[in-house]
Write a protein that binds this ligand. Structure first.
Ligand code: CUA
Length: 358
């Protein structure tokens, strides 16, 4: 009992401290349905726990050995009670039905997008990588990473894929988790009924940096969403392959772009061009977080991240390159650098350049 009370105390404490990733604070229809199913199950099982536990305690007390009893004498034996037994079987069946109804409703609701949510729904292809997220908007032809932007009050259909191992997409306030499997596409949908920044997390152990594989979903009003899309379609103000930066940019930004092109561009896409081994950085300057939702996007964090990413997020592939699979099933690891082979001045320049990508 003390363990139960203690864990209840700790549990309630956690909920008070951090509501960022609470599945018990649903902000959309899918999460609400799932929270309801949870509460029905919780209340029913709590009731059963009290009744069964109470009956057991009563029996222990009622049939205890009394001082007046003869310990050598066998007490009066009873051999069942058909009405109580049948009643308990029927009651158990009824309890299972009570739990099954919201569970089945939930399964039906999440396996495809229901009729009533289809108006204005958008589609996002989600790809899990070790250890970050790619978000492609196939209807719009744009890509972003680690920060999903969605319109408030509209359903978002998510096609989930993995580029390497099993990951799991979890946005606790919007929906329960669904796995991203290599070689298979899974489906889920979400809808945020309130604007805001929703915290997400990879919920399946996927290697060294699994705990740092976070993301965000930013739900914004329709007009803001459309403006964001238009910005993303336009790409950065100065295309990454433009021969020269316009004069109004500082020398530092010009230098930063040069360093970026020589060191980062082979893995990071900008404006639809560049490598795809790392997160797309097209609208990087407008994101709230870096390192797959792990840190706030500010100058100091960005500098430290580029300089020594492995001290911040152990095991990640920044500066190493992504391991490649051979046709025979082996793995080639590109032994690279542990930290940036760049001067602090060059890193500051890259930071300044990245901050212009809006
Ligand atoms: Cu991806 Cu854990």
């Amino acid at each position: 009992l003390s363990v139960t009370l203690l864990s209840l105390l700790l549990f309630s404490g956690c909920l008070k401290i951090d509501q960022n990733q609470s599945a018990l604070d649903p902000k959309g229809p899918v999460a609400s349905q799932q929270a309801d199913a949870f509460y029905v199950t919780l209340y029913l099982t709590t009731f059963l726990w009290i009744v069964v536990g109470g009956a057991m305690l009563y029996a222990v007390w009622r049939y205890r050995l009394k001082k007046t009893d003869d310990p050598n004498e066998i007490p009066e034996q009873s051999h069942g009670h058909p009405i109580i037994e049948v009643g308990l079987i029927l009651f158990s069946a009824a309890c299972l039905v009570v739990v099954a109804v919201p569970t089945l409703q939930g399964i039906l609701m999440t396996k495809s997008l229901p009729e009533e949510y289809q108006e204005g729904a958008i589609t996002v292809d989600v790809t899990g990588y070790q250890w970050w997220w790619a978000f492609d908007y196939p209807e719009e032809g744009v890509t972003t990473a680690n920060e999903l932007v969605i319109p408030v009050g509209k359903a978002v259909k998510l096609n989930l894929r993995s580029a390497d191992v099993i990951h799991s997409f979890w946005l606790p306030k919007l929906a329960g988790k669904v796995d991203l499997m290599p070689g298979q596409e899974n489906f889920m949908w979400i809808q945020a009924d309130e604007p805001g920044m929703y915290w997400g997390q990879c919920a399946e152990f996927c290697g060294d940096a699994h705990a740092y594989m976070l993301f965000r979903a930013r739900a914004v009003p329709q007009e803001e969403y459309e403006a964001w899309l238009a910005d993303l379609k336009d790409g950065p103000e100065v295309p990454v392959d433009a021969p020269e930066m316009p004069e109004e940019y500082s020398e530092q930004v010009v230098q930063g772009k040069k360093v970026f092109m020589q060191n980062c561009y082979s893995c990071h896409m900008v404006g639809g061009k560049g490598g795809v081994n790392g997160p797309n950085l097209t609208n990087f300057g407008s994101r709230a977080t870096i390192a797959a939702g792990w840190m706030e996007n500010n100058t100091e964090n960005l500098f430290n991240w580029i300089k020594k990413p492995h001290e911040i997020k152990p095991g990640n592939y920044m500066w190493y390159g992504v391991p490649m699979k051979t046709p025979g099933g082996g793995i080639i690891t590109m032994e690279g650098l542990k930290e940036a082979d760049l001067s602090d001045e060059d890193i500051h320049a890259v930071v300044a350049y990245l901050q212009t990508l809006k």
